[in-house]
Design a binder for this molecule. Structure first.
Ligand code: DSN
Length: 416
């Protein structure tokens, strides 16, 4: 029982070491990924994983919760302070769970939800046909405009008033532009429906005041902690006081059993980091790096959907220079040079989701490694050369050398 991981399970130990090396020796451009701090990782790997704590601070079914009560209360208080919300539930195991708990709190099976079309950048938990959200609720969706590829709030207003959903959802996993939560709030009010803002992708930018906050406009705000916010994998729900009790009951016992107090401790550490002075500088650099990557790619002739980005991500339309190349093929070429991103449908994509015509590129993870303008320029040059060479082996080898040198210069923050 006192063995180290290496002694107890050399196979898993070796794979963790390999994964650490993979992360350290490659560039993470997956827009939803990031690298946590050593402090967050330490809390996550703590003895808090051993503790059952069904219930909420001060109201648990189990005894011996004195410490985890304080941990969870600190996480809640910091979340409320960061986002300026009345109530926060830090127990959801994931973003999808957070969304499901909101549905459980305010909807009945068969009620209508309306979110952004998955094919236009929405999320599977916002009404995808084979997701829980699509199976148990009637689904309507809105999307971006053909041509501009941005959300047209006047048109969305008309659609919402025609569809009359019970719950309107604002939020996306592949939308490079600012989301107008104030306009969504006004539409929801006019239509007499509830509004859920899913800020999973942009939570860090919102926390830093660099993207508009849905607070005051949305009844519910859900998020993951592990994207731009730079914390452990997990979710959170914020809401008005009016919904606090229903949300808490929906999370536990409605949807989940025991909370993951080790993850909640890591969330608390992440929130403390988000309250520090450095956090805004980091988030601004994420945006600046995304802008640099976008302008370097567009100056080389690549079209980005909507023409660019306001946040941490962008969608590159491969058809603008390589009409025969799918996102799947392109992402594989980049992977061979240790540039890790994901294929992504672009709005009105004629290709199926497993192929796609686009790549989604994001800058949170490389920014956490300390990379800035010069490094991003080099990354753009490598991406461009690999794609335009159609995955030529020697071009990939050259790019891989340059990326390897960059990674060695900017190690990931954690040692494990
Ligand atoms: N799957 C996540 C993403 O990559 O955007 C969203 O949950």
């Amino acid at each position: 029982m006192t063995q180290t991981l290496l002694q107890a399970d050399p196979d898993i130990h070796a794979l963790i070491q390999e994964e650490h090396a993979r992360q350290n020796n490659s560039l993470g451009l997956i827009a939803s990924e990031n690298h946590v701090s050593p402090a967050v990782l330490e809390a996550l790997g703590s003895c808090l994983t051993d503790k059952y704590a069904e219930g909420y601070p001060g109201r648990r079914w189990y005894f011996g919760c004195e410490q985890v009560d304080q941990v969870e209360q600190i996480a809640i208080d910091r979340a409320k302070q960061i986002f300026g919300v009345a109530h926060a539930n830090v127990q959801p195991h994931s973003g999808a769970n957070a969304n499901t708990a909101v549905f459980l709190a305010c909807l009945k099976p068969g009620d209508k939800i309306m979110g952004m079309d998955l094919a236009h950048g929405g999320h599977l938990s916002h009404g995808m046909r084979i997701n829980f959200s699509g199976k148990y609720f009637e689904v309507a969706s809105y999307g971006v405009e053909e041509g501009s590829e941005v959300l047209d709030m006047d048109k969305i207003r008309e659609q919402v008033l025609a569809e009359r959903p019970k719950l309107l959802i604002a939020g996306a996993s592949a939308y490079p532009r600012t989301i107008d939560f104030e306009a969504f709030g006004a539409i929801a009010k006019e239509a007499g429906c509830l509004l859920m803002a899913d800020i999973a992708h942009i939570a860090g930018l919102v926390a830093a005041g660099l993207a508009p906050s849905p607070v005051g406009h949305a009844d519910f705000i859900t998020t993951t902690i592990h994207k731009t916010l730079r914390g452990p994998r997990g979710g959170m729900i914020m809401c008005t006081e009016e919904w606090a009790k229903k949300i808490d009951v929906a999370v536990f016992p409605g949807l989940q059993g025991g909370p993951l107090e080790h993850a909640i401790a890591a969330k608390a550490v992440c929130f403390k980091e988000a309250l520090s002075g450095d956090f805004k500088t980091y988030q601004q650099q994420v945006i600046d790096n995304a802008n640099t990557l976008a302008s370097e790619l567009t100056s080389r002739g690549w079209r980005l959907t909507s023409g660019g980005t306001d946040n941490h991500l962008m969608l590159l339309d491969l058809r603008s220079r390589m009409p025969e190349t799918t996102g799947d093929t392109a992402a594989n070429w980049l992977r061979d040079a240790e540039i890790v991103c994901n294929k992504n449908s672009i709005p009105f994509d004629p290709r199926p989701p497993m192929q796609t015509s686009g790549l989604r590129l994001g800058t949170p993870a490389i920014t956490s490694r300390g990379m800035g303008t010069e490094e991003v320029k080099l990354i753009a040059e490598s991406i461009d050369s690999i794609l335009t060479s159609e995955g030529n082996e020697s071009v990939i080898a050259t790019a891989k050398g340059a990326i390897g040198a960059l990674c060695a210069q900017f190690p990931i923050p954690t040692k494990q």
